[in-house]
Ligand binder design. Structure first.
Ligand SMILES: Nc1ncnc2c1ncn2[C@@H]1O[C@H](COP(=O)(O)OP(=O)(O)O)[C@@H](O)[C@H]1O
Ligand SMILES: [Mg+2]
Length: 276
């Protein structure tokens, strides 16, 4: 059976409960998240889509353990998130590779962290496997500054995958890639999920990407981000590449696109008002 599950009986792993976040600004507190409640079950692939600056990264940072909610809480297997951990592999929007480490050392980094149970004897093979998967083998001893933007992004992905986390938290991971590489990375992600079975939260600007990859899509509002709609994607896993041609794909794309555009417009009006 597919490792990826959308069955409703799978256990809830992540639970956002009425989460709000406010950041202090010179003009007073700015609300960035407002009453977000969302359960994510084992094996689900949930995408978040919404306008720039609405609070998506903040939402992911709370699950990653990098940010505390102002109100509400996030539970991981029933326990409040207290900080980052090797169970959650994070791919940051801004690459998040270490400039002082080579490609090989960047990928090995997470494997060496305390709390990781991967035996040392396996590290080298794992590093090579993910370098090969990401097309980075010929650059093993290069430093990030000598890589293109797309390669740095692939390195960040390799580093997150190598630790084999139970959860993948991905913040616009494919945004910096050209169309061909992006599509290859999407398929590779689906392959990794089929063999390793993970629970995924993905932030993306691409409606097509969200539909192609996810089991559920959460459209969030202009800032402060609230859940506008949650959409069940009607396609199973392993996902056929030709779902793009399925008439339901087009209907879903039009429907989500419309919602997202409304929220982009609302966010743009808000930004203009702030500039007044
Ligand atoms: N640590 C922080 N302190 C103050 N403001 C922040 C902080 N992090 C994010 N913000 C602000 O919160 C808003 C939402 O940010 P973010 O979650 O990154 O949005 P998105 O990922 O949807 O583009 C933005 O206006 C951003 O400037
Ligand atoms: Mg962001």
């Amino acid at each position: 059976m597919s490792q990826l599950a959308t069955q409703t009986e799978a256990p809830v792993r992540v639970s956002f409960r009425d989460v709000s976040v406010e950041f202090p600004t010179a003009q007073g507190p700015m609300r960035v998240l407002d009453g977000v409640s969302l359960d994510i079950r084992q094996g689900e692939f949930v995408s978040i889509i919404g306008p720039s600056g609405c609070g998506k990264t903040t939402l992911m940072n709370i699950l990653g353990g990098f940010q505390q909610p102002t109100e509400g809480q996030v539970l991981l297997d029933g326990q409040p998130v207290r900080g980052p951990g090797p169970d959650r592999g994070v791919i940051f929007q801004e690459y998040g590779v270490f400039p002082w480490l080579t490609v090989r050392q960047n990928i090995a980094f997470g494997l060496k962290l305390a709390g990781n149970k991967i035996p040392k004897s396996e590290h080298q093979a794992i590093v090579w496997r993910y370098m090969a998967l990401m097309g980075l083998k010929d650059f093993a001893d290069h430093f990030p500054k000598h890589l293109s933007g797309g390669m740095r992004q692939r390195l960040a992905i390799a580093r997150a995958y190598a630790v084999r986390p139970q959860f993948l938290l991905m913040d616009e991971p494919f945004g910096a890639l050209d169309a061909q590489t992006r599509s290859a990375m999407q398929d590779l992600l689906l392959e990794v999920l089929e063999t390793e079975g993970k629970t995924v939260l993905l932030i993306t600007h691409s409606v097509e990407e969200a539909i192609y990859l996810s089991s559920r899509i959460v459209v969030v509002t202009a800032r402060p981000a609230r859940i506008r709609t949650v959409i069940d994607v009607p396609f199973g896993y392993p996902r056929a590449e030709n779902v793009h041609a399925d008439p339901r794909f087009g209907v879903l794309r039009a429907q989500i696109h419309e919602l997202v555009m409304q929220e982009y417009a609302a966010q743009a009006r808000q930004t203009l008002r702030m500039a007044d």
